[in-house]
Every structure is written in C-alpha cells, then in structure tokens.
Write a protein that binds this ligand. Sequence first.
Ligand code: FAD
Length: 412
Amino acid sequence: MSDAVEVAIVGAGPYGLSLAAHLREAGVSVRQFGLPMQLWRDFMPEGMFLKSQGFASNLSDPDHTHTLEAFCRATGRPYASYGLPVPLDTFVAYGKWFCDELVPDVEEVLVTDVAQAGGGFEVSLANSEQFRARKVVVAIGVEAFAHVPEPLSALPSSVCTHSSAHTDLGAFRGQEVVVVGAGQSALETAALLHEKGASVRLVARKDRVIWNGPPLPLDRPLLQKLKEPESGLGSGWATWFYSNQPGLFRRLPRSTRVYRARTALGPAGATWLRSRVERQFPVLTGYSVTWARVQDGGVRLGLAGAASSSRELAADHVITGTGYRTDLTRLPFFGDQMLAGLRTVPGTGSSAVGRDYQSSIPGLYVMGPAVAPTMGPVMRFVFGSEHAATTVARQLAGGAVSRSRTAVTAGR
Ligand SMILES: Cc1cc2nc3c(=O)[nH]c(=O)nc-3n(C[C@H](O)[C@H](O)[C@H](O)COP(=O)(O)OP(=O)(O)OC[C@H]3O[C@@H](n4cnc5c(N)ncnc54)[C@H](O)[C@@H]3O)c2cc1C
C-alpha cells in the first residue's frame, strides 16, 4: 500500500465536496470522484426552489468563508439567511463555485468497484483505471435509490417516471399528467407542470396536504424563542435536536432512530409553494393507486379512497414524487465481498456507522442520507454536511482538523 492514496471519496455532492475541502486544508492526500452537484444539476426540475433556508444551505469548509451568502455577495445574487427561497440555479452555481475554489481536482468519472485489498481498498473507475486507497468515503446521496411504489413500478418509463427523471417539465406542455405524492418534490413538480402548461392532477394517500408554517419572526420575544427554537431543519425542540445533535441521536434506541429517521420532517410543502398549488389544479387526497395499466399510449390508474370509494384516472403520463429508499445492495460498486462485511441497520438498507461515520468494514466511511437511521434526519439535508465533514475529516486527518471549527451556527 506504499503507493496508495490516503483517502478516496466517492461522490461530489454537498457532503463529498465539504469533506474534500476539510481534508485538503488538513493536507491529506485525496482523490475524489463523481459529477459535482450532479443530483441538483441533472435530477431536479428547472425553476425549482430549495426548501431549506439560506443559512441552512451551506456546504462546509474549514474557515466558513465559502458560504452561500458569500457566493451570493460575490456574484450579486439576492440572499437572505431566512425567508427568501433559494433558487435551484443559484444553489448549483454555488456548489460549482465552492468546487472550483476549494476542491478543483474532482475527477469526473464514476467508481465501478470498491473491494478490500491489502489492508485497504482497491478502487476501479469507469475509465478502467484501478488504484489503491487506504480509506474510502462513500457520499453518493440518494439518486441511486429513487423509489417508485407498486403498482406504478410495473409501468414502462414511456408513461411513468420518477420525479428525478425530469429537469424540463415544459416538455409536458399540453399533456395530462398525474403526479403521485404529497411531499415537497411532488407538490413542486405539480406546480411547475401546471405553470408550464400541462393539465395536472395530484394524487396523495394522506387525507390532506401538510404545509409548513411561515418563518417565525426574527425579533420574537426570548421566551418564545426558548419555547420554539429555530434551527437548520426548522423550528421546535425536536427539530433543534435533529439539526444539532447527530452524535446524541446515535445513542437513541435503534427502533426510535429508524422510526425518526423515516418520519421526522416528513412529507410537507414549503409555505411559499402553497398558493401555487391550492385552487390551481385538482388535488385528490386520501387515495391510493391500486392498479395501473398502459392504455391508448397513455396510462389508466385505479384509485381506492376512504370508505371504499374508488375512481379511475386516465392521463398521458404519471410522475411519482415518492422519494428515495436507501438500499446499499443497489449500489453498482459494492460486490458480494463488500456487502457481506457491511453491517446495515436492521429494518433498513442503510449502513450502520460508528460515531466517526466508519462502517463495519474498517476504513470504509459512509456519510449523508445513507446513514440517516444512525445519525438522524439531518443527514437527509445539506445542513448535515457540517457535522459529517468535520467529524470524518478529523478522524482521517488524525485530529488535525480543529474542533473549534465544528460549531454549527445558524448564521442569523
Ligand atoms: C428534489 C429534491 C430537493 C431537495 N431539496 C433539498 C433542500 O432544499 N435542502 C436540503 O438540505 N436538501 C434537499 N434535498 C436533499 C439532498 O438530496 C441532500 O441534501 C444532498 O444532496 C445530499 O448530498 P450528498 O452529497 O450526500 O449527495 P448528492 O448531492 O446526491 O451527490 C451524490 C454524488 O455522488 C456521485 N456519485 C454517485 N454514484 C457515483 C459513483 N458510482 N462514483 C462516483 N460518484 C458517484 C454523484 O455524481 C454526485 O456527485 C433535496 C433532494 C431532492 C431529491
């Protein structure tokens, strides 16, 4: 392993880029792979806004100089830490700026295999190169885990797609589209389709759409702030805990962690999206899709509602905004040998990790949404990159990364 790179990072989204920034600063030899900000660039619809607040949408760098606010200031874009939705194109440009400035040597090639070898790992790339790394960090986000529920999963992609399949929803102008789901992704996809000239209906299992409230006033009395603190993921004490204490979350009983990681901050629309949905197009709540078939080049869906009510819908296309389910066995670069050694959190397809994000395979680290059942719901958000990147960097740099830099501040 004498010629081995110290750390290979698989992934160049907010988590991977943040970690690379910390490791470079600490002088650790790193090779990083992936397409910078790919999820945001290639798998989200044009015209989208982030749900997270400006202050909670920072990638993490050691000196806190490369924040979203600093980027917006440098490029003359509007910014507010709170209450002004962040446009998707601003966030993608921010990630590129962060990458160009702090981690310019990301290699835009995919990893095809990671295997244990000689006390470290042998990493294979799509360009046929192979090399050795002492440590590997997996930060591959959610894209590989797009979830389409039955019976829709049996439909061909000509009539049914996951929301992540579309960047240009204007392609559906003049068509009838059914969107399934009640989270931000489904609601925003439906609103954008409607605004771009498609005829939209939204179908949701829940009996009503849940909307987040408006931002709490910045200047509210101290007592109110104590009763309902504001944090990276939203307001309230439980949310504050998820936002700021992933290390303590890890100590909760396993069943609580798995349940909270799945349900906390569940499907809900951002307050600013509400007027773009309500009374704009039909929203059918309380219905599950029970069957689906291709018909006349489009799709026909059978819906079952409460009190045995049922109805049918015909459309040109159905888009599922039904989220992501981590399942590490679906990753293309882990073979049977790695999967056999990788302990998952029972009841999930997520890797179990220790306090330093190290998996059951020594030297293999996992960060981001794939470890939410261990570190909590914050891992599903950009905000969690601060804890993950500083913790893993400290471990890999042997303590060279100062603890004093890890304070998670709300920036307001
Ligand atoms: C529609 C939508 C809206 C969202 N909105 C918000 C929001 O407003 N605020 C928020 O905080 N979070 C939001 N999220 C959650 C978001 O997924 C995470 O916050 C964040 O992207 C996780 O970052 P990551 O670095 O783990 O992964 P990603 O951003 O998904 O990046 C994954 C990286 O892995 C790389 N990769 C994948 N496979 C390989 C391979 N085989 N080899 C090498 N590299 C590979 C990709 O190229 C990419 O660089 C949203 C998610 C979705 C789907």
